[in-house]
Design a protein around this ligand. Structure first.
Ligand code: SAH
Length: 354
């Protein structure tokens, strides 16, 4: 399909769809009908049976529609976590994970094909950035995960492949679409956006006044360590990041959450715990410790249970609100980029990225 000539109808908000259809001489309610079909996962104009044949053909000639295909689906025998690898319209692939908790089902979506942030412990970034996802492609990760799994999605985390703030406009549009009362209607308070700390985007995000949770991947409390494992720290720095978090919190009133992957001998010392506690307190942030997922191509190992315990104790003694992320789906490669990576490797005969 040629996407350069036809518009991506699924990335349009209902009011934009109305304008497009009005230009075709269609009454307002027609846009509602089309939006409803799209929201139900219908991905062909032919299937929109309450529209006239002429209109369906007209739409087909002007707009592009595509249904993501399941390239692989793995269900964890341990906890029911589902990991999808979807094929996109241009043959690229992205991952989506569905996790079930007591309070409902959470979907973890990718925002880019690949990533250019280069974090040293992460599998998603190994082949670099291929392209941004369109709003419609991120939306379809949520919708088709729900349709295929039969699990009603109540929460979304933008913690899959990619850096959401590096695809700012499309991610903002996705949020509007998924939050729309006529669409999936998922509340902003049920959405978390995770960033490696692209602070130049924080003001713009705060200005949107969304009620989502901003998660900041801190992973190290000092510049030396952070720059070593996260290239995004170069030219920005921990102090500026903490200041940006503070401003964001003051502007939005929404508490930030710090993500911190515990890496053996790298960021898990008592001194680093104390530094982290200071940062967390300065911005009233919640700390979410993540047991590091070992990635084949990376040399890092998870912290030992003893170090983790000691680290938590220091945070708690300093009145920091801390949780440890449960490991879900560890038998289905359910962390960033591992499944896509595996597929790339098998296509290239196990040689890794070109
Ligand atoms: N680009 C966004 C989203 C990335 S993935 C960001 O940087 O926040 C979501 C989280 O998983 C991030 O905190 C990321 O640093 C973390 N992560 C990546 N690889 C990991 C690994 N091997 N083990 C544990 N956490 C990892």
């Amino acid at each position: 399909m040629d996407m350069t000539e036809r518009k991506d109808i699924l990335s349009l908000l209902p009011e934009e769809l109305e304008a497009e259809l009005a230009a075709l001489g269609q009454p307002r309610f027609r846009a509602g009908q089309v939006f409803q079909w799209l929201s139900r996962g219908v991905r062909s104009f032919e299937g929109m049976t309450n529209l006239s044949k002429e209109l369906r053909e007209e739409l087909e000639s002007r707009f592009f529609l595509y249904e993501p295909k399941v390239l692989s689906k793995q269900v964890s025998a341990m906890d029911g976590t589902i990991k999808y690898l979807w094929e996109l319209s241009d043959g690229n692939a992205v991952e989506t994970v569905v996790m079930s908790y007591k309070h409902g089902n959470t979907v973890c979506v990718s925002s880019q094909v690949g990533c250019r942030q280069g974090c040293a412990f992460c599998a998603s970034t190994i082949g670099g950035l291929v392209r941004n996802l369109r709003a419609s492609e991120i939306l379809d990760e949520v919708l088709f995960s729900e349709l295929d799994s039969g699990k009603k999605i109540s929460n979304i985390v933008l913690m899959g492949i990619g850096e959401p703030l590096d695809n700012f406009d499309n991610v903002m549009r996705f949020l509007e679409l998924v939050n729309h009362p006529k669409g999936m209607n998922i509340g902003m308070r049920h959405i978390s956006l995770s960033t490696c700390g692209l602070i130049e985007r924080f003001d713009e995000l705060a200005a949107r006044d969304l009620q989502l949770t901003l998660s900041v991947s801190l992973h190290a409390p000092d510049d030396e360590t952070r720059s070593r494992i996260m290239p995004a720290n170069h030219g920005r720095g921990v102090q500026k990041l903490i200041e940006a978090c503070k401003t964001y919190y003051e502007k939005t009133g929404r508490r930030i959450s710090f993500e911190y992957a515990m890496i053996d001998g790298v960021n898990d010392s008592p001194e680093q715990a104390r530094l982290l506690a200071g940062h967390a307190r300065a911005v009233s942030a919640h700390v979410n410790l993540i047991p590091l997922n070992h990635v084949e191509e990376r040399q890092f190992q998870p912290s030992t249970p003893e170090h983790l315990k000691h680290f938590i104790k220091i945070l708690e003694d300093n009145d920091v609100n801390v949780t440890v992320r449960r490991r879900l789906g560890s038998d289905v490669d359910a962390s960033c980029g591992q499944l896509r990576r595996k597929m790339q490797k098998s296509q290239k005969g196990g040689q890794g990225p070109a």
